[in-house]
Write a protein that binds this ligand. Structure first.
Ligand SMILES: [Zn+2]
Length: 409
C-alpha cells in the first residue's frame, strides 16, 4: 500500500468510526469510547468464556452440592482455594445452623382439597401469560440415569452447622462502604446444579478474580459471596443479614482503618444465568437452542422499601450492558423474587440478574432443567454459556463504574 493511499484509508476509517460514534451517542460527548483508554473495557476484556465454563465445570465435580453434605463442604473448600488462587486472598466464612425444614403440620383430619380457580399470578407479583409447562423439584434419585452422578449425590442432607464463604476487594478511599455480589453454591434435583446455580457462583468467582487483580484499584469495597442453603429458603443469606447488618460501617478494632462489614451500598444477586430458549411450545417442549432474542433479565422488587433506588440501580446495569456486553442485551423487570437478594431488599437497593424473569417465565416452565437431573454441564452449549458470560460482563462493568475502578498501570 502506498503511503498516500494509507493516509486516505486512515482518514476514511476515522470518518467512518467518528460517524458511527456520533450515531450511537449523539447526546453524550463526554462519554469515552470503549477502548484501551477505558479501564472498564480493559476489565471486561479480562473475562473470557473458557474460564467461565471451566469454573462452572469445576463446581459440577461436587455433584449437586446439596447443603448439609460432605460434597457441599468440599465444594466450599474448593471455592476458597480458587478465590485465594485468583487473588482474593482475604476469605472468611460465615457460620450458622440450619435446623432442617419446618415440620409439616398434619392434623390428621382428612379434608378435601379446596377447589381453586387457575391463577395468573406469578411469584414476585407478575402476571403469567401464554403457555406454561410443569415445574417442580426432582426428589427421585433413579431419575438420574448416570450411576456415577447418582452415587456422588447419594449422601442425604442432615440438619446442623453450616458455612458460607466470601472474600472482599477493599476500597482505597472508602473501605467502609461496599457493594455485595452474590450467587448460591448449593443445589438440588439429582443433577449437577450447573445452571442453578453453578452459573451464578462461577460468575461471582470470575468477578472476584478480575477485581482482585493487583493492578485494579477501587474507591469503595466489593464483597463476593457464595451463599449456601439458598434452595432451602434463602437461609444462608438470611443468616448473613441477621449476623452482619448491625456491624455495617463500624471500624474494628477502633483506629485500625479496618471495617469488617463495610456499609452496604447495593446487593447484586446472580441465579440461573444460562438458559433462555423461550416459552414452552403447545406440546410442552422447548426450543433446543438459545433463542436469538435471549437477554439478561435484571430485576428489582417494586414492593420493596428500596424500590426506587433498586430500580435506578437496575438501569445502571442495563446501560452497562448496552456499552460493554458482547452478545446479549439486558432488560429490566420489577418482580425480583425467590433468591438471595430478597433478605436485603428492604435494607438496601437489591437486584438480581437471571436468564429469564423468575416469576413469570422460569416460574411458567421456561427452564426444563430447573431442579432436575438434566441440570448438568453437558446440557448446555456455548450459546447458553455466553448468556452467563454477558451477565458477568454486565455486572463487572456496572460495579466497576459504581465502585470507581481504575488501573494502576
Ligand atoms: Zn437458584
Amino acid at each position: 500500500m502506498s503511503s498516500q493511499r494509507f493516509v486516505v484509508t486512515i482518514l476514511a476509517l476515522a470518518l467512518v468510526s467518528g460517524a458511527r460514534a456520533a450515531a450511537q451517542q449523539p447526546a453524550a460527548p463526554a462519554a469515552p469510547a470503549a477502548g484501551p483508554a477505558d479501564p472498564i473495557a480493559t476489565l471486561v476484556g479480562r473475562l473470557d468464556l473458557e474460564r467461565y465454563k471451566a469454573t462452572i465445570k469445576g463446581l459440577t465435580r461436587f455433584g449437586d452440592r446439596r447443603q448439609g453434605t460432605a460434597r457441599n463442604s468440599a465444594a466450599i473448600d474448593w471455592i476458597e482455594s480458587e478465590l485465594k488462587g485468583s487473588g482474593c486472598t482475604n476469605t472468611e466464612r460465615l457460620h450458622y445452623v440450619y435446623a432442617g425444614p419446618p415440620p409439616r403440620l398434619d392434623t390428621g383430619a382428612r379434608r378435601p382439597p379446596t377447589p381453586r380457580a387457575p391463577s395468573d399470578r406469578a411469584a414476585g407479583g407478575g402476571r403469567l401469560r401464554g403457555i406454561r409447562a410443569h415445574t417442580g423439584v426432582n426428589t427421585d434419585s433413579m431419575a438420574q440415569p448416570d450411576a456415577m452422578l447418582r452415587q456422588l449425590n447419594a449422601e442425604p442432607s442432615k440438619p446442623g452447622p453450616r458455612e458460607e464463604i466470601y472474600c472482599t476487594k477493599i476500597g482505597t478511599t472508602h473501605p467502609d462502604e461496599m457493594y455485595i455480589i452474590g450467587g448460591h453454591m448449593d443445589g438440588i434435583g439429582w443433577g449437577e446444579a450447573a445452571n442453578d446455580d453453578g452459573s451464578g457462583a462461577a460468575l461471582v468467582m470470575q468477578l472476584a478474580r478480575v477485581f482482585c487483580a493487583k493492578d485494579v484499584r477501587t474507591d469503595v469495597s466489593i464483597r463476593f459471596v457464595l451463599w449456601n442453603n439458598e434452595e432451602t429458603g434463602l437461609n444462608g443469606s438470611r443468616a448473613y443479614v441477621e449476623q452482619r447488618a448491625a456491624l455495617q460501617g463500624k471500624e474494628s478494632p477502633a483506629g485500625s482503618g479496618k471495617f469488617p462489614e463495610p456499609r452496604w451500598l447495593g446487593m447484586i444477586q446472580h441465579d440461573m444465568m444460562l438458559f433462555d430458549h423461550g416459552m414452552p411450545r403447545a406440546d410442552g417442549t422447548l426450543s433446543p437452542t438459545q433463542r436469538p432474542e435471549a437477554d439478561v433479565n435484571v430485576e428489582f422488587q417494586s414492593a420493596s422499601k428500596f424500590a426506587a433506588d433498586a430500580q435506578a440501580l437496575a438501569w445502571i446495569f442495563e446501560a452497562a450492558n448496552e456499552k460493554y456486553a458482547t452478545d446479549y442485551p439486558a432488560s429490566v423487570g420489577s418482580h425480583m423474587t425467590n433468591t438471595d437478594s430478597a433478605p436485603f431488599q428492604d435494607l438496601v437497593p437489591a437486584i438480581s440478574l437471571r436468564e429469564n424473569q423468575r416469576g413469570t417465565e422460569i416460574g411458567a416452565g421456561w427452564d426444563p432443567n430447573w431442579h432436575q437431573p438434566t441440570d448438568r454441564y453437558s446440557t448446555y452449549n456455548d450459546l447458553d454459556f455466553k448468556l452467563g458470560l454477558n451477565a458477568a460482563q454486565t455486572t463487572l462493568a456496572a460495579v466497576a463504574k459504581l465502585a470507581g475502578a481504575t488501573l494502576t498501570r
